[in-house]
Write a protein that binds this ligand. Structure first.
Ligand code: NAD
Length: 377
């Protein structure tokens, strides 16, 4: 035993005398990014004051489906609204980004308000990438993009992503009331997307004790709230907790980053046009089962949060019981896409706690394709 591990500073493995303190890997570099977070039911009422902190003329961004909400928000801003651009679309097509940039220039906007899910936040980021306008994000799903400096743009059916501090929202206004109408099926898959951020932050390269505590709490909040929402249909407390879990998931994603699961979902979404949150929902139990043997500390934390000593199976059961998707086949993937997906997943090596093998990824994707319950953990 080294002096460092004797003092409790090494990566601990099962069998350590400190086994009862999971997640205390004390070898990390952590840069926590500043973001002003305003969180409460009814927080949308604070939007004018929050916009005032960032600029004088805000361009309001939304999807076409949220046009009415965007118009209402613009009205509430009065002279501080430069106008509404309600053209946000999934995966940020370059044409949409260009149209948004043009609108921001024409309307002389000096800040952006993105009200919607990850697609709308993504549009704001694409505009900010070129125009360097500060973003105020008002998330209405649990995707977590509002806490990261990651942008994405789709051109000629290929999604490029990058990291740029200029696209990180300066302010995030979380109003659980805005999520009241998010259909349950979408709430479930979006929330599992947030759970995925938490799960991978527990074993990502930049994992650290602060992120571990955040991630564990995020999983706990979401896993406890989803069944209540499913049962009651409407439940303001469950909505608050889910959105709070999403916030924690965003912090986890931003600080910890991802591993095999995020790589697989990015590949499947980008190359086979599978829907984002649903793909996360199907793949997560399998990616967790794959990594489980290599990450006992993370498994202990996830198990505590899910109240199970077999968390991959428990996660699958939670999703299945609540009617979520469990197979890639039902999302529209074809059997002949499996081999190309394995190839893509093996390209450009990236960090993962358990070595990535062709057979391992093939078996993982096959199980996810068929929707088999993971049995290992
Ligand atoms: P989304 O933004 O596409 O929204 C999904 C659907 O839900 C849309 O039709 C939207 O109009 C609707 N919707 C949103 N909020 C609603 C509400 N409160 N009530 C009713 N309907 C509502 O989906 P998403 O899952 O939030 O985001 C997915 C996108 O975000 C993907 O493109 C993904 O790559 C990106 N993303 C990026 C990051 C990052 O860090 N850059 C992180 C997570 C996700």
């Amino acid at each position: 035993m080294t002096a460092a591990s004797a003092a409790g500073y090494g990566k601990q493995t099962a069998g350590d005398e400190s086994e009862h303190l999971p997640g205390l890997s004390m070898h990390f570099i952590y840069e926590s990014a500043p973001a002003r977070v305003v969180f409460f039911a009814g927080a949308l009422s604070q939007l004018p004051a929050e916009v005032e902190r960032l600029g004088r003329r805000a361009l309001i961004l939304s999807t076409p489906g949220h046009r009415q909400l965007a118009d209402d928000v613009a009205r509430s801003l009065g002279a501080r609204s430069a106008g509404v651009f309600a053209g946000a679309m999934m995966h940020v097509p370059i044409q949409t980004a260009q149209a948004g940039r043009l609108a921001a220039r024409d309307l002389k906007a000096d800040c952006l308000v993105a009200i919607g899910g990850g697609s709308t936040t993504g549009l704001a980021k694409a505009i900010a990438l070129e125009l360097e306008l500060p973003i105020l994000a008002v998330p209405t799903t649990y995707a977590g993009s509002e806490l990261t400096a990651i942008w994405g743009l789709t051109e000629n059916s290929r999604k490029r992503t990058g990291v740029d501090p200029r696209v990180r929202p300066k302010t995030v206004l979380y109003d659980p009331e805005l999520t009241a109408g998010l259909p349950f099926a979408l709430s479930l898959t979006s929330a599992i997307n947030a759970v995925a951020h938490c799960v991978e932050a527990l074993y990502a390269q930049q994992a650290n004790p602060a992120l571990a505590a955040i991630a564990e709490e995020g999983i706990r909040l979401i896993a406890a709230s989803l069944p209540i929402l499913a049962l009651k249909g409407v439940d303001p407390t469950a909505r608050e907790r889910l959105l709070c879990g999403a916030w924690l998931g965003g912090i986890a994603l931003d600080g910890g980053g991802g591993a095999l699961h995020h790589k697989l979902c990015h590949t499947l979404g980008g190359s086979f046009n599978l829907p984002h949150a649903e793909t996360h929902t199907v793949v997560l139990p399998h990616a967790l089962a794959y990594n489980a043997p290599a990450v006992p500390e993370a498994i202990a934390r996830i198990g505590r949060a899910l109240e199970s000593n077999a968390p991959a199976g428990a996660l699958y059961d939670l999703i299945a019981k609540l009617g979520g998707p469990t197979s890639l086949r039902e999302l529209g993937m074809r059997a002949e896409d499996l081999e190309p997906a394995v190839e893509l997943a093996l390209q450009n090596p990236y960090y993962n706690p358990r070595p990535i093998t062709r057979d391992g990824v093939r078996a993982l994707l096959q199980a996810a394709f068929e929707g088999r319950r993971p049995t290992a953990t």
